[in-house]
Unconditional design. Structure first.
Length: 309
C-alpha cells in the first residue's frame, strides 16, 4: 500500500513538473520571456513591460501611458521633441495604475522627463485584477513573487491557454516591438462594422459618471508629481469614432473635461470632434482603436509643441 501511494505521489509530482515546465517554455502571457514579435493571444502587458524596465530603463527618458488605444504609439512619432519614449500602455489601464508605474520608475531611479497620458472618457471597465492578462508585477504591488509566478506557471494552465489561442478560429494578432509599442494586425472592413456589438454605446450611467469624476483626484496627484519632479505631462483625450462619440454630448462629460483642463501641472489636448478621420473606417482597426495617422494628424502636432516648450 505504501509503495502504491509513493508511486501515486511521484506520478502527481512528475505531472505538475512537466506541465509547469511546458507552461514556462510556452509562456503565452510573456511573464518570463521578452514581449516582442507576433502574439496570438492577449499577454500580460503590465507585468512584461514592468519586468523589462526593471532590467534597463536608462535608454528611455519619457513614457507613453494609457489603455490599449495608446499602445500603437511609438517614440518616432514625436522624434522632433528629443524625447526617448517607451510605451508603457496596457489594455484597460486606468490613471491609478499609471500613477503606480510612475512611482515605480521613481523608485528604481529611471529618468523621467515627459509623460504622454491617454485619457478615454468612454472606457470605464473594471476587469478583475487577478485575471492573468491584467495582473500587475510584484515590483508594482509588493506582492509575494512566488505566488505571482505560481499563478502563471504552476500547472498546465499556461500551456492550455497557448494551444487554445493557436487553434482559435479568429485570433486578434498583434506585433510587439522592443520600445513597448505594438501593431494591431486587423482592420475594419466597411462602414457596416460600426454595427458590431462592441461599437454600441449609450450615455454614461450615474455610476459610470461617479467613476469618471473619481479619476480627477488621481490626475491632481499626477499634476503635483509633475511639478515636484519637473516633468512635462501631456494628457490627451483619445479620439472617439463616430460610433462612440455620443459620450461627448453629455454635459457631465464636458464638465469633467473642463475640470481636467484646470489641473495644475498638466497640459490637456482634445482632438477635433468634426474631423472626417473619426468617421472613416479606413482609419480604424475597429471602432475603438484608431490608426496612428489619426494621432499624427489630430494630437501629435499639439503634443510635440507642448513637449518642446
Amino acid at each position: 500500500m505504501r509503495s502504491y501511494l509513493t508511486i501515486l505521489a511521484a506520478t502527481a509530482m512528475l505531472t505538475v513538473v512537466v506541465t509547469s515546465f511546458a507552461s514556462w517554455i510556452l509562456d503565452p502571457y510573456y511573464i518570463a520571456h521578452p514581449l516582442a514579435g507576433k502574439v496570438f493571444m492577449q499577454p500580460d502587458d503590465r507585468a512584461a513591460k514592468t519586468a523589462f524596465l526593471a532590467k534597463d530603463c536608462r535608454q528611455f527618458d519619457s513614457y507613453i501611458m494609457g489603455n490599449s488605444r495608446t499602445e500603437i504609439l511609438k517614440g518616432s512619432q514625436l522624434a522632433d521633441t528629443g524625447a526617448r519614449f517607451y510605451n508603457l500602455g496596457a489594455p484597460l489601464e486606468n490613471i491609478g495604475q499609471s500613477l503606480a508605474k510612475l512611482e515605480f520608475l521613481f523608485r528604481i531611479d529611471c529618468p523621467v522627463s515627459a509623460l504622454l497620458v491617454g485619457e478615454s472618457v468612454d472606457v470605464l471597465a473594471h476587469p478583475p485584477p487577478d485575471r492573468l492578462t491584467q495582473m500587475e508585477h510584484p515590483l508594482i504591488t509588493g506582492d509575494n513573487p512566488l505566488l505571482f509566478y505560481g499563478k502563471y506557471f504552476l500547472g498546465p494552465q499556461g500551456a492550455i491557454a497557448h494551444f487554445r489561442s493557436k487553434f482559435s478560429g479568429s485570433p486578434r494578432l498583434k506585433f510587439y516591438y522592443p520600445d513597448g509599442h505594438l501593431d494591431y494586425l486587423w482592420e475594419m472592413q466597411s462602414d457596416a462594422d460600426y454595427a458590431n456589438s462592441i461599437c454600441k454605446i449609450s450615455r454614461l450611467s450615474a455610476q459610470q459618471k461617479i467613476d469618471l469624476f473619481g479619476r480627477l483626484p488621481q490626475y491632481r496627484k499626477l499634476g503635483s508629481l509633475a511639478v515636484q519632479h519637473h516633468i512635462k505631462v501631456v494628457v490627451w483625450l483619445t479620439p472617439l469614432s463616430k460610433a462612440r462619440s455620443i459620450v461627448l454630448d453629455d454635459p457631465d462629460v464636458s464638465r469633467y473635461i473642463s475640470e481636467l483642463h484646470q489641473i495644475a501641472g498638466l497640459s490637456v489636448l482634445e482632438s477635433d470632434p468634426d474631423s472626417p478621420l473619426l468617421s472613416d473606417f479606413h482609419q480604424w482597426h475597429d471602432c475603438e482603436h484608431f490608426h496612428r495617422a489619426v494621432f499624427d494628424q489630430l494630437i501629435a502636432p499639439g503634443a510635440a509643441k507642448l513637449l518642446r516648450e
